[in-house]
Design a protein around this ligand. Sequence first.
Ligand code: NAD
Length: 274
Amino acid sequence: MAQQLLKGKRGIIFGALDESSIAWKVAEKCFEQGATFTLTNAPIAMRMGAINQLAEKCNAEIIPADATSIEDLEKLISRSVEVLGGKIDFILHSIGMSPNVRKNRAYTDLSYEFLMKTLDVSAVSFHKVLQTAYKQDAISEWGSVLGLTYIAAQRTFPSYSDMAEAKATLESIGRSFGYHYGKHRKVRVNTISQSPTWTTAGSGVKGFDAFFNYADKLSPLGNASADACADYCVFMFSDLSRMITMQNLYHDGGFSSVGVSQEIMDMLMGDNEA
Ligand SMILES: NC(=O)c1ccc[n+]([C@@H]2O[C@H](COP(=O)([O-])OP(=O)(O)OC[C@H]3O[C@@H](n4cnc5c(N)ncnc54)[C@H](O)[C@@H]3O)[C@@H](O)[C@H]2O)c1
């Protein structure tokens, strides 16, 4: 093993549903880099049972928690401190779900009840995790908390629907809590804006393959994979990134800075000539 960047660090990883989940890759890499952590997901997601394999591989305890329930989060955080033997150094929030997207509701015909659920699960839960940890004083100085987001917070992608609102809120919570937790305990809070990635949540977005291919052709480095995202998370949890906080960090192969690429131009010129 080349390095042990997270040796001695304790963490909580939300959102590993199956092998394709970004959180799954993050857990594997954190384990490789010497971290100990607990794994958590919504009780309903546990039914699939895949998380047990990951827990075994990473020698991690699984603690079910609905990330919208303060009671669940209180138990999760206090139990994690107990089983890991001290304060938490890193937390990954890798959670997203929109009932409007799931049920194919058009953006111009949103169910507001669903919208509230989207916001609670995908964004407010980030605040709930941070606030619960803050109140329990459960994160060590220079600890690092990450949320995963998407560029639909800044630009419109029609089929991303109300998840765009959730991501804009999530990023704002990262900045705002980053200020308060930074002042209070030097805890860092950031969001990583990841390329389209083939996972259960990702592929639930209508037309995801077109979405994925377009981004791949626009980005000079191509789309960032879940594995590459996990490497970035390890760096962000490590002491190498200790002065980075309150940022929305693009991890997208350059997508966010490109207007148009030659590949897209060629495709469109080919269409005109045909
Ligand atoms: N896949 C992509 O294209 C992509 C791109 C950018 C950002 N992201 C973000 O990455 C994160 C992880 O998603 P993923 O792509 O790995 O998909 P995923 O489906 O593997 O992960 C989403 C997770 O959210 C969990 N979850 C849903 N409701 C919950 C609740 N109430 N409490 C606790 N957990 C709950 C699910 O059980 C699941 O494990 C999400 O925030 C997603 O929006 C994904």
